[in-house]
Design a protein around this ligand. Sequence first.
Ligand code: FMN
Length: 366
Amino acid sequence: MSSSYLQPITLKNGLVNIKNRVALAPLTNGQSHEDGTLGEDELHWLKMRAEGGFGTIISCASHVSKTGQGWPGQLGIFSDVHIDGLKTLARNIHEHNAILIMQLYHGGARSPEYLTGQSPWSASKHLYKAGDKSIAVKEGSEYDIDQVIDDFVNAAQRAIKAGCDGIELHAAHGYLLHQFLSTETNQRQDGWGGSLKNRAKILTTIINKIQAISQENFVIGVRISPEDKYTFKGIDFDDSLVLAELLEEQSIDYLHISTWDAKKTPEKYPLSNKTVIQFFREKCKIPIMVAGEIWTIEDAENALYEGADMVALGKAGIGIPNWPKLAENEHFQPNKPPYTESHLQNAGLSHKFIDYMKKWAGFVVN
Ligand SMILES: Cc1cc2nc3c(=O)[nH]c(=O)nc-3n(C[C@H](O)[C@H](O)[C@H](O)COP(=O)(O)O)c2cc1C
């Protein structure tokens, strides 16, 4: 019997079969075109990961509104002009018997005016600190909220038209849906703010509407940051556990927990003998995917042992395109960063992506 991460998994009561439990985490890579259409380099690097055995390929955060873009060269899904590229992507991923999940996102406060031509908006008015700059962020109007909900639903519709297997709503890492969940960036007094249920309403409304337009085999996942990290504040760990229950009641297909370290205990309970994953596992039964410093077979096995159903590899997926295939050998030891530029080129990264990775301390050899 092969190791648990290589075991298949089914979602949606058996309607979706995935050949293993190893996913490529969503990774912004700057390799698409200025108008958001799929770039050859983005196609190439993702295709290589499907070829390398990842059962699930999650796209980079793809903006659902033109004004929701956060990074140059980001893949877009806000217009029908994007559908052809996504069809090509889906076809290439399916050729290797993997599934394609599009990560849908809007940057909110973190969509800079130089990219979008508009000053950013969020749940509430606030000052967003980007490095040494402070950016004034407007409070979204009812119209903005209705519009962005439609944008998420239309983006999911495009993913369906393109033949993708599902979508993942990016409600983590300080972007718009996360800004609504946070008590720091959401101080609204109306139905979109206040209680956790209200702060989650934009997310739950989007899920409802996507469920209404999609077939029963279309996967809907949600990615969350379960606790504060870096400069983004306002998420309470216990609230996140309640959010998981809310999402389970809404019958999402998987919950993706972004911990940045799958082995960690919650910041709120540093003396606990339980990891973040174990807390979530005790709280809900929905399939859980976890990401964060999974490099070795042992890391993957531990995460699954503690209650995750799938693991998502970020940096390991960048440096080792065929991690799942190599991990068929129980003696596999990953080659860890720093990587040389030629190693990364061989791993299917363009110069643009390599330059981007130079910002991640210790990833690329100086
Ligand atoms: C270059 C890079 C780009 C990323 N882009 C995204 C993204 O588009 N969406 C997202 O949810 N997370 C993004 N992340 C976070 C990863 O998905 C992952 O959660 C994180 O890197 C921790 O996993 P790891 O330790 O295996 O890298 C990014 C991380 C890196 C290194």
